[in-house]
Design a protein around this ligand. Structure first.
Ligand code: ATP
Ligand code: MG
Length: 351
């Protein structure tokens, strides 16, 4: 008998309530096939919870999450809730407090899905973005001086620490060793000379410990253009919190839809549980219509199983996604007419 995993399930808001249950059904199918158990417990946190209780999650929420092997999450956010709050109150809190300092965001082309980059094939688009997830531009430390005067000044502080850069850099080079052995540091140190100058220096030091991995540095403006013109140059990208945030939506776009991107917020040491979620948001504009693409959420389940050590089951789920897409089982965002539940059912049948 295999292991027994305790998973905290947080649907969040909007389409999270449709795609997370779809993902859980696929997790359970994979568990049955590969002989391990998935025990889930649901937490109805997010912007909906905020409207009722004035907070995204209860005060002891983080403590509750620590009892689980992993967190399976949708997305939070509703149009009627100020969107500077969600980041602070759920996603940001969990990512930082549980030291999920690696945001792992793979980009690949699934067969049967058309990339907007018309001449690119599956072998051209296959790389991983590693976004530093705990510091950098998103430490939310700043101030607005004289806000209501003609001399208003606003300042945000970006913070990079040696420890923070070293640990994500080691993760990147180790991951590259399991892939095509190339790390590209995407930076903007020609203008953010202090934080990103230091970032580059520490990454280059770590790079020297991995002579078998090719190390490359690219400025983000060039990297954005390269995502479109020559994505085949990338294997593992290591980058900062904000650059990674922006580039991963571009990564989703070149895959064919934001709805395809899966991710893991990972605490590699396993001191705290890691959290797995799609790269997109709660998409309130299409919620409740059974038309959202579940693939990013399902792929996140595969990334979670891989992290938990269930590698065969993880691969089987990714093969199931590929099966659905290659058979033309596509949702509206991919110009198909399949519903959320049809795509999920197709993947369950495959498993
Ligand atoms: P966040 O700030 O939480 O990242 P956002 O403002 O970036 O949210 P999303 O919720 O990601 O916005 O939605 C952006 C667009 O992508 C919307 O038009 C939405 O409908 C579409 N979209 C997002 N996810 C999906 C999905 N799974 N399937 C289909 N369309 C999606
Ligand atoms: Mg977004």
């Amino acid at each position: 008998m295999g292991r027994d995993y305790k998973i905290a399930v947080v649907n969040g808001d909007g389409i999270g309530n449709e795609i997370v249950p779809a993902g859980v059904s696929i997790l359970k199918a994979a568990a049955k096939k590969y002989g391990f158990a998935i025990q889930t417990e649901d937490f109805s946190w997010g912007a909906g919870h905020y409207l009722k209780h004035g907070e995204f999650m209860p005060k002891d929420g983080l403590e509750l999450l620590k009892n689980f092997d992993a967190i399976y999450f949708g997305a939070v956010g509703l149009p009627e809730v100020d969107d500077t709050l969600p980041a602070k109150d759920y996603t940001f809190k969990v990512r930082t407090e549980l030291q999920q300092y690696v945001n792992y965001r793979p980009v690949k082309l699934f067969s049967g899905v058309k990339s907007p980059l018309r001449d690119k094939t599956e072998k051209d688009i296959d790389f991983v973005i590693l976004r530093e997830n705990n510091e950098g531009e998103f430490v939310q430390n700043g101030k607005i001086l004289y806000p209501d005067t003609p001399n208003g000044v606003a300042v945000d502080t970006s913070m990079v620490t040696r420890l923070g850069v070293e640990r994500i850099a080691h993760y990147a080079f180790k991951l590259a060793r399991k892939r095509r052995k190339k790390v590209t540091n995407v930076t903007k140190s020609n203008t953010l000379i202090y934080t990103l100058g230091f970032w580059d220096q520490v990454i280059a030091e770590v790079a020297s410990e991995y002579p078998d991995v090719v190390y490359d540095k690219m400025y983000v403006d060039n990297a954005a253009a390269s995502f479109v013109l020559k994505p085949e140059v990338f294997d593992v990208i290591v980058t900062t919190n904000m650059i990674g945030d922006i580039l991963s939506d571009l990564g989703g776009a070149i895959m064919g839809s934001l709805g395809l991107g899966g991710s893991g917020n990972i605490n590699p040491e396993g001191r705290f549980p890691s959290m797995f979620e799609p790269i997109h948001g709660s998409a309130p504009d299409i919620a409740g219509q059974n038309c959202a693409n579940p693939i990013g959420q399902v792929w996140s389940a595969a990334i979670m199983l891989e992290h938990l050590g269930e590698k065969e089951a993880a691969k089987n789920i990714v093969d199931g996604i590929e099966h659905a897409t290659s058979q033309g089982n596509l949702t509206k965002d991919l110009k198909g007419n399949a519903s959320t539940s049809e795509v999920a059912a197709r993947i369950v049948d495959f498993i």
